[in-house]
Design a protein around this ligand. Sequence first.
Ligand code: SF4
Length: 288
Amino acid sequence: MAKKWHELALEAPEDTRHVLGISGGKDSAALAIYIKDNYPEIADKMEYFFTDTGAELQEVYDTLDLLEGYLGKSITRLGSGRDFEHWLTLHDNMLPSVRARWCTRVMKIKPFEAFVGDDSVISYVGIRADENREGYISKKSTIAAVFPFAEDGIVREDVFRMLEESVGIPAYYKWRSRSGCYFCFFQRQEEWLGLKRRHPDLFQKALEMEQNVAQRKFDWSTGVRIESGKGYTWHQSGTLEEIVKRAEERERFEKKGNQKGNSSWQEILKNEMDDDDPEDQACLICAL
Ligand code: SF4
């Protein structure tokens, strides 16, 4: 019979490193708490890290501070050494997207792989038992991933309960379904609206970035730049201004509770279905 995750952890050679990436999201925070409360011997060996893109919400830093207090250990801050704007320039002003997710590779995975080097590592991943996704699994043979929640039958409700009873639920869950960069392209339309209301300065920054690159688009057939028309946007279904306008319209519509043959509702519904589902497609090293 295959060994349980905690047996593997406890039987690992003395020089094996035990690492748990804290994303600022609910699942990784709850996993750190779960291991500390139930497997203190493993928690004693644990190294916690957070990969900071420099584009995180203040609420994420607040959660990290609370978590450090609860765990009684510091969370090592990793980074790519440069800010997002630097990497954006280096990527020819191509905003990252679902299909061109250079942000994760450069700002999250590379710093993590530098942190663990060639050491033998067990990486603890907060995928729950009620999820069907894999998370980031390194291709390095020296890194073995274990999934305590999935093995122990821990589900979403358990995660929220653990947080409520310890450090609290990260404040951004009031308006956003996940952690990660403030401009993350996995955001739903209403989350962009939430960003505009809660962090107008950050929304403005995202808007300016988009407007700076929106008129630049590479034409693959001719190899020249098109200077007019739409180029890169944060969201596949339009510019940030369009997205926020739609979210506001939807909000107004929902408040009215009017669903009778309204053509704008059809539009709204269509746009909603076009949205990426962050729960399914989230950048898992960022968002767990
Ligand atoms: S949170 Fe989003 S924008 Fe930030 S690195 Fe991950 S996928 Fe990219």
